[in-house]
Design a protein around this ligand. Structure first.
Ligand SMILES: [Zn+2]
Length: 175
């Protein structure tokens, strides 16, 4: 991912050694194209005592079952992004019950913040980047093979999906 022209003054960017690393810098105005991993929010959602998974329509891992997830946009917090993505991909309104974990790897250009969540409204329906949505009973999530080949991101994301699903337990029924 190389920036061809300066986003500030449109001068062609040049590779420059900065802080011990090669970075794209504008020779005219000094603008540096910092490359940072993009934050993605993910929701492990419980609905009616079961786990909500969507079948992904888009890469990475198109065709795989995964918790709803998507990029955080400017103008929203990470939790707000997670709530929005859940609504878009599986039709449910959710409340977040805390962070499961932060997933990050040096050679992957996103980082995933995974939240535990439960449905509080809406109607289960696949939308946006999901081709299908289904409920899975505890311990009955679909067996999936790791991607055969694929990119580093594919392999890493597969591990994140497996790990977040494996950690899910239904909340105890209210007394
Ligand atoms: Zn410039």
């Amino acid at each position: 991912m190389s920036t061809a022209f300066c986003s500030r003054c449109a001068t062609p960017m040049a590779a420059t050694l900065l802080g011990g690393r090669e970075r794209e810098q504008c020779p005219a105005c000094g603008f540096v194209a910092w490359r940072n991993p993009a934050p993605v929010g993910l929701a492990v959602i419980e609905h009616a005592g079961q786990l909500v998974l969507i079948r992904r329509r888009e890469p990475p891992l198109a065709g795989y079952w995964a918790p709803p997830a998507g990029y955080v946009e400017c103008g929203e917090s990470v939790p707000q992004a997670v709530v929005r993505e859940a609504r878009e991909e599986c039709g449910l309104d959710i409340a977040l019950d805390g962070l499961i974990g932060i997933y990050s790897q040096a050679d992957v250009e996103v980082l995933i913040l995974a939240y535990r969540a439960r449905s509080i409204g809406g109607r289960l329906s696949a939308g946006d980047d999901a081709s299908e949505v289904k409920l899975f009973a505890p311990g009955r999530s679909p067996p999936q093979a790791p991607p055969d080949g694929g990119t580093v991101t594919d392999q890493w994301f597969f591990g994140v999906i497996e790990d977040t699903i494996a950690q899910w337990r239904p909340a105890p029924a209210p007394v």
